[in-house]
Design a binder for this molecule. Structure first.
Ligand code: ADP
Ligand code: MG
Length: 696
């Protein structure tokens, strides 16, 4: 057995279990080793039966005096009952619906039982304990130790996982150490093998803490190393110095249909100053939805174009790219040439009205990009894998992304072959990341915050709608549509997001079902469209255009509309299955409405009745500050959940949290100015890690 051996090769793992394990991301032996417990139960102390009290979680070691199955009279469910004893007394044990136990445990067996003591009218009993027969000298896996409690999925039990781990824990020794000894000493951490062994089979809580410390350090250190590597490599590069064209920029600002907010001005100023430098800018603008990041991007792109350098802006979706193209065209004076190049849209002023084939138009655009006759190029990320060659690229902006990947940078470099300089980089995100948190993850980035929104916006009224009030929400929607407004209905994603294709299928299914329901039964008199990830580009566009043009009243959609879409006439955002989304993501949806002076509304609905869900959604109802929402979820659910599956690639911690401030600082300190020549294995590790994150 090796680390990369498939999990299916383990004893007791059939096809079904293999499938379930893969839902947990466990495909190989190594994956299983890296599936960490999220808490522990202490069953290491053996209690004597005479001292048991109701409410305790305990372990006893006892002999089985009697054991049998019986059926409850009314519900006909199977109960297994046992009486067990030690030197001090007897106690009753019950299990529900686990008839097979009588096959495993026989009268006279000496067994350790770990579980909770309850009291009923017959006295104390131990309810559904885990158990393990006591064999002399053998290590106990299931009971009588500090028991790890693992994240599960349906159809897998703690017991199964613990058992599987016991089969492979020896292989922890084979896991390669990637942190050199002198760094381990400085950080005061144990080896990886040791940590992996102890995290699953600890002998004490002290050991757990040390093992956790090592594993957390790994996750945080790699992020810091990566940031440091980026920082060091950027510092060796030269960027084109782009002077601040004060007169032109002032003209541009004057022509805007509104006054820039103070934060917009500061952000623009910070960027303009970076552009003047000889090292490439590496900056992130964080601004809540609707805070007006686009115009800041436009302003700095304009300044770049005035310097006769090209600027590229990449959007996460085609819809957004088109929107950017349209708004940039309207913001810039005629002499600035803007072009768009995406899978479905290839256009620029010069090509408008021409009836050429797509291929021909594309060739034309590529030529214009290459010979410099286009100043501003709008695209999706796909543009990077296209055969584009830039003339003289000065600035690259990615919208709705936290940072530039190394891959992206490399691809960009290949696309500016004749250019000696590296462009300046700017990313923009609506995801509120608290500053301290951002510094942790993006140590290499400078940060501009746009906190205030343009004035005159009416706050969006948010309501958490209980299931029995659903009709009221529908009535309200009817009224709004009568007033000429439009409505989004967002459907939840179902299934596991890691399984790409099947989740798209599920999305499609839920959207279609919701569409059916609304168009046939709830709003048969209204015009309804739908949007999901499986639609073709053209279909998506048509649907989106119909909605933008007011030809449909309601748009049923998945999170496709999550980022950036700007439809001023939409006034209601209704979110189904809201409990499935992170609060920051809900906030993004909410930001799709309230983009003009119509009073707007956000309804969140959930079919799950749970106190936690209610509490979260009520917090969302009363909180309009994106940062506060993010903080709330960070505490509750961790970064992966808060920042959505797509964006959190680099934030998928298994074990570290934002509360590990001390380890974060330590990792940062050690990574700072580290000599990668001295530690080539660290650089290698970053590459491997990046590949993995990239694939996910
Ligand atoms: P986001 O930051 O979410 O990308 P946008 O850039 O799409 O936001 O801006 C949202 C809307 O606000 C747009 O319609 C834009 O024209 C408008 N807007 C931007 N800045 C201002 C401002 N200073 N005053 C008024 N409206 C503004
Ligand atoms: Mg935007």
């Amino acid at each position: 057995m090796l680390l990369h051996t498939s999990i299916g090769a383990l004893k007791g793992v059939g096809k079904t279990l293999e499938g379930r394990l893969s839902i947990l991301g466990i495909q190989t032996v190594s994956d299983l080793l890296f599936h960490f417990p999220f808490r522990y139960e202490d069953f290491s102390q053996v209690s004597s039966i005479s001292g048991l009290q109701a409410g305790q979680e305990i372990t006893i070691e006892a002999i089985i005096e009697l054991i049998h199955n019986k059926r409850t009279s009314r519900k006909r469910k199977i109960i297994t009952e046992a009486i067990v004893s030690d030197f001090t007394g007897q106690v009753r044990i019950v299990w529900f619906g686990q008839a097979f136990i009588t096959k495993n445990l026989k009268v006279g067996d000496k067994v350790k039982f770990s579980g909770k003591i309850k009291e009923d009218m017959f006295g104390l009993q131990l309810v559904s304990p885990v158990y393990e027969k006591v064999k002399e000298k053998d290590e106990l896996i299931q009971a009588g130790r500090i028991l790890p409690v693992y994240p599960l999925t349906s159809g897998i039990t703690q017991k199964q996982l613990r058992h599987l781990l016991s089969q492979i824990i020896g292989l922890a020794k084979k896991v390669e150490e990637w942190i050199p000894e002198d760094i381990r000493d400085r950080a005061d951490i144990m080896t990886l093998s040791e940590a992996l062994t102890l995290i699953h089979f600890p002998n004490s809580f002290d050991e757990i803490e040390h093992a956790q410390r090592r594993l957390k350090f790994d996750e945080l250190f790699i992020l810091q190393l990566r940031a440091e590597l980026l920082r060091q490599s950027l510092h060796t590069l030269t960027a084109p110095q782009i002077p601040f064209h004060e007169k032109e920029v002032q003209q541009f600002v004057k022509k805007l249909p509104f006054e820039l907010t103070k934060d917009q001005k500061i952000a623009s100023w910070e960027i303009l100053q970076d552009l003047e430098k000889e090292t490439p800018m590496n900056r992130l603008i964080e601004g809540d939805v609707g805070s007006g990041k686009t115009v800041v991007a436009a302003l700095v792109m304009y300044n770049t174009a005035v310097s006769r350098l090209q600027a590229l802006i990449m959007a996460p979706t085609e819809i957004l790219a088109k929107q950017h193209y349209a708004s940039l065209r309207s913001l810039f004076p005629k002499e600035i040439k803007v072009g768009i190049l995406t899978r479905t849209e290839v256009n620029t002023e010069k090509l408008e009205g021409e009836k050429n084939s797509k291929t021909k138009q594309k060739r034309e655009i590529l030529k214009m990009i290459q010979d410099g006759s286009l100043d501003i190029i709008v695209g999706t990320h796909a543009i990077l894998s296209d055969s584009v060659n830039f003339h003289n690229l000065g600035l690259v902006i990615v919208d709705e992304q936290h940072r530039f990947g190394v891959e992206q940078r490399k691809m960009l470099k290949d696309k500016a072959v004749h250019q000696k300089t590296t462009p300046h980089f700017l990313s923009m995100t609506a995801t509120p990341i608290p500053r301290s948190f951002a510094l942790t993850l993006y140590g290499d980035l400078d940060l501009s915050l746009i906190k205030t929104k343009p004035s005159g916006r009416k706050p969006i009224k948010t309501r958490f709608v209980a299931p029995h009030h659903r009709q009221k929400a529908y009535d309200f929607i009817n009224e709004e549509v009568k007033r000429g407004r439009q409505v989004f209905v967002i459907c939840p994603q179902i299934g596991d997001q890691n399984i790409e294709s099947s989740s798209l299928q599920d999305e499609k299914k839920t959207v279609l079902e919701e569409y059916e329901k609304l168009s046939k039964h709830i709003f048969p008199h209204l015009r309804i469209g739908y949007l999901h990830g499986k639609l073709k580009g053209e279909e998506k566009d048509r649907t989106m255009k119909d909605f933008t043009d007011g030809k449909t009243d309601i748009l049923v959609s998945t999170s496709v509309v999550e980022v950036g879409v700007d439809i001023k006439n939409a006034s209601v955002m209704m979110i189904e299955g809201a409990e499935r989304f992170g609060l920051a993501q809900l906030h993004q949806f909410r930001g799709r409405v309230g983009r003009s002076d119509h009073q707007s509304y956000c309804f969140v609905l959930s079919t799950v009745e749970s106190e936690n869900v209610n509490e979260r959604l009520q917090f969302f109802e009363r909180t309009s500050d994106g940062f506060a929402l993010a903080e709330y979820d960070l505490q509750l659910r961790g970064p992966g959940e808060v920042y959505g599956k797509q964006q959190s690639g680099m934030m998928q911690f298994k074990i570290a949290t934002m509360r590990d401030v001390e380890i974060i600082k330590l990792a940062r300190e050690i990574a700072k100015n580290i000599d990668f020549q001295k530690y080539p294995q660290l650089r290698e590790k970053i590459h491997i890690w990046e590949k993995k994150v990239h694939l996910e």
